[in-house]
Design a protein around this ligand. Structure first.
Ligand code: IMP
Ligand code: MG
Length: 182
């Protein structure tokens, strides 16, 4: 059965509590400013919509889509821009909202691109961080909700082959699913 393939790593209650806390932190740290919140599609979509509702500031939103993954559980290392931002970000305080920092290749690519366009500041808010997998030296998210071990996770926006995004909790996917036994 669909639901038998995972074990819960971070529950929906833990996610909600952490996001409330992060919303308060961002509200406090960006007081007097109007940050542009950028959602990195598709994985961060659920995190993004929950997070912006916990921020009490006149923020604006935009969306960007990239792909590096194909259908495997390991990054290809090549990032493609699938959908660019609509907004001109010159002079804006940008907060990039990402589902997970894994090797760091994706975030490094977006951050470089947005810096070249003249953002006033760029910070990264990541739902998850897998520090053990980092390839890009020195790449750190400014806000991280949960550090997790090197396990492939799905749910709460994260996918395997575009599935499992609708699970309300963050779950470790059984390797049987992505490494089927012959
Ligand atoms: P990076 O470029 O290696 O840091 O990979 C970042 C992207 O890979 C994330 O935005 C996710 O879309 C995807 N990714 C990395 N690890 C996982 C995982 O455990 N589950 C689902 N997607 C992942
Ligand atoms: Mg993905």
């Amino acid at each position: 059965m669909y639901r038998d393939q995972e074990k819960i790593l971070v529950s929906r209650e833990e996610i909600a509590a952490k996001i409330r806390e992060l919303g308060e932190t961002i509200t406090r740290e960006y007081a007097g400013r109007e940050p542009l919140m950028v959602c990195v599609l598709k994985g961060a979509a659920l995190f993004f919509t929950d997070l912006i509702r916990e921020i009490d500031l006149p923020l604006t939103t935009d969306f960007i889509a990239l792909s590096s993954y194909g259908n495997s559980t390991r990054t290809s290392g090549v990032v493609h821009l699938l959908k660019d931002l609509d907004a001109d970000i010159r002079g804006k305080d940008v907060i990039l909202v990402e589902d997970i920092v894994d090797t760091g290749v994706t975030l490094n690519f977006i951050r470089g691109m947005l810096m070249d366009r003249g953002a006033a500041s760029i910070r990264i808010a990541a739902l998850l961080d897998k520090p053990a997998r980092r390839k890009v030296k020195g790449l750190k998210a400014d806000y991280v909700c949960f550090d997790i071990p090197d396990e492939f996770v799905v749910g709460y926006g994260l996918d395997f082959s575009q599935k499992y995004r609708n699970l309300p909790d963050i779950c470790a996917l059984s390797p049987d699913v992505y490494e089927p036994k012959k």
